[in-house]
Design a protein around this ligand. Structure first.
Ligand code: BTN
Length: 148
């Protein structure tokens, strides 16, 4: 009897512990997102092994070139607040950005992608390698379209 009560107590505590709640909502990467710079991205459906593809429209650029929608590919873990990574292969210039982050969902169901990125610019000489990489952070929130 005492053992059963203790086991039930332990089970209850485990379920109530933050991050272990059985009904923690799923943070989903698929959809439309906007970040603190005003950039927008769309992430498509996840494959069975956690791979995804999408499109990124940056609001800013280090170049004087016309911004175009560029492809992204990435992977995520399979849990309720997954970590992920994706690469944007800019198609209007010869730079590349990698993002890594985690998808969080709060008690109201609001999702946020907390990310860090590395932007590698093309340089003509190895002598310029030292100035070729920028680092930063972006926070993304879901863009709700009127169709939903
Ligand atoms: C370039 O200028 O070389 C290509 C576009 C880079 C845009 C960067 S990627 C990191 C940061 N977050 C954004 O949404 N845009 C900028």
């Amino acid at each position: 009897m005492v053992l059963t009560t203790s086991l039930l107590l332990l089970l209850g505590l485990a379920l109530l512990a933050p991050g272990l709640s059985a009904d923690q909502p799923q943070c989903v990467l698929t959809g439309n997102w906007t970040n603190d710079l005003g950039s927008n991205m769309t992430i498509g459906k996840l494959s069975s092994n956690g791979e995804f593809a999408g499109t990124y429209i940056t609001a800013v650029t280090t170049t004087k070139k016309e911004i175009k929608a560029s492809p992204l590919v990435g992977t995520q873990h399979n849990n309720t607040q997954p970590t992920f990574g994706f690469t944007v292969n800019w198609n209007f210039t010869d730079s590349t950005t990698v993002f890594t982050g985690q998808c969080f969902v709060d008690e109201h169901g609001k999702e946020t992608l907390k990310t860090m990125w590395l932007l590698r610019s093309h340089v003509d000489s190895i002598k310029d390698d030292w100035k070729a990489t920028m680092v930063g952070t972006n926070n993304f929130t879901r863009l709700h379209t009127h169709l939903e």
